[in-house]
Design a protein around this ligand. Structure first.
Ligand SMILES: Cc1ncc(COP(=O)(O)O)c(C=O)c1O
Length: 304
């Protein structure tokens, strides 16, 4: 991996040439935020597509604004550098792209006034992230962070300790993934993915006010359900036992893509296998990630 190319401090360099101080604020205090983006490879046409780049970099710059990380780049420039980087690495497979914006300054104290603002973008091949095609999950004993505490909306680096604790608990108990509740006991999301349930023909998902990250895949899933499948989509708070009584459940996220959940806290969901709504959304989703649906072609930026 050390021979891969990364974007750092305004240029594309070899990964091994990047050096970040052990004293940096990002390393010591997690003062940073990041994005997770995919580029999908279409083997038939030998083409790689950056997927929803604009949406991801818009969210990154919004996160930076909340966290006082001042980058000298526009969304368009970051999209352009990302395409350059993918080209330079000559990836011919589905790839994960990780931009990290952070405070690189040294000195004791977790201050966001530090004016050493940096961005690093690296990428690596990534096929499936979910270890299995159908997941068994648990409701975590760890509560989700709140907007006025460590805002999940900002995809802040430090917030992923909350995610990691829930994932650790789930893995140690033999589950594939965790689901957070909010401090008001509403269903929130997974450690790195949004959640949907299907009940009485409606597609239901928690609202942003329940401290979710407003997922880019979540937006797309809602649009596909409404516009392509004619399914009613409702954003509202969900109670824990509604999960158990749902007809279908699935996760959405850049890494997780669209992945069905078939068991929660050992209760079987629906028929214990991927449901019809999830299957249809998955099909539409994967088709459009490689620019096969003209209506959604602007989501895909060709690399080559
Ligand atoms: C906590 C959390 N929720 C949801 C998501 C899904 O968001 P997106 O679809 O934009 O990748 C992610 C992944 O970025 C995440 O980390």
């Amino acid at each position: 991996m050390s021979e891969s190319y990364v974007f750092y401090q305004g240029k594309i360099v070899k990964e091994g040439e990047v050096s970040i101080s052990i004293r940096s604020k990002v390393f010591n205090y997690g003062l940073g935020c990041f994005e997770g983006i995919r580029a999908y490879f279409d083997g038939e046409n030998n083409q790689l597509y950056g997927f929803k780049l604009k949406e991801h970099y818009t969210r990154l710059l919004q996160s930076c604004k909340s966290l006082n990380i001042n980058l000298d780049y526009t969304v368009e420039e970051l999209c352009k550098w990302t395409i350059e980087l993918l080209k330079k690495n000559n990836f011919k497979q589905t790839t994960y792209i990780r931009p990290v914006a952070f405070k690189g300054g040294e000195g004791i104290g977790p201050t966001l006034l530090d004016d050493d603002n940096r961005i690093l973008i690296y990428c690596q091949p990534l096929d499936k992230y979910a270890g299995k095609p159908e997941l068994s999950v648990c409701v975590s004993s760890w509560r989700r962070l709140e907007d006025n505490m460590l805002p999940p909306r900002t995809k802040a680096t430090a917030a992923y300790l909350n995610s990691a604790l829930a994932s650790l608990e789930a893995a140690e108990a033999g589950y594939d993934e965790a689901i957070f509740l909010t401090s008001t006991n509403h269903v929130c999301e997974g450690p790195g993915e949004n959640l949907f349930i299907v009940k009485k023909g409606q597609l239901v998902t928690p609202p942003p006010s329940d401290n979710i990250l407003e997922g880019i895949t979540r937006d797309l899933v809602m649009k596909l359900a409404k516009e392509e499948l004619g399914i009613e989509v409702v954003e509202r708070s969900i109670s824990r036992t509604e999960l158990y009584a749902s007809d279908e459940m699935f996760f959405s996220g850049t890494a997780m893509e669209v992945t069905p959940v078939v068991k929660v806290d050992n209760r079987v969901i629906g028929e214990g296998k991927q449901g019809d709504v999830c299957a249809k959304i998955k099909e539409l989703f994967f088709e459009l990630t490689i620019a096969k649906n003209p209506k959604y072609a602007d989501s895909c930026t060709p690399v080559y």
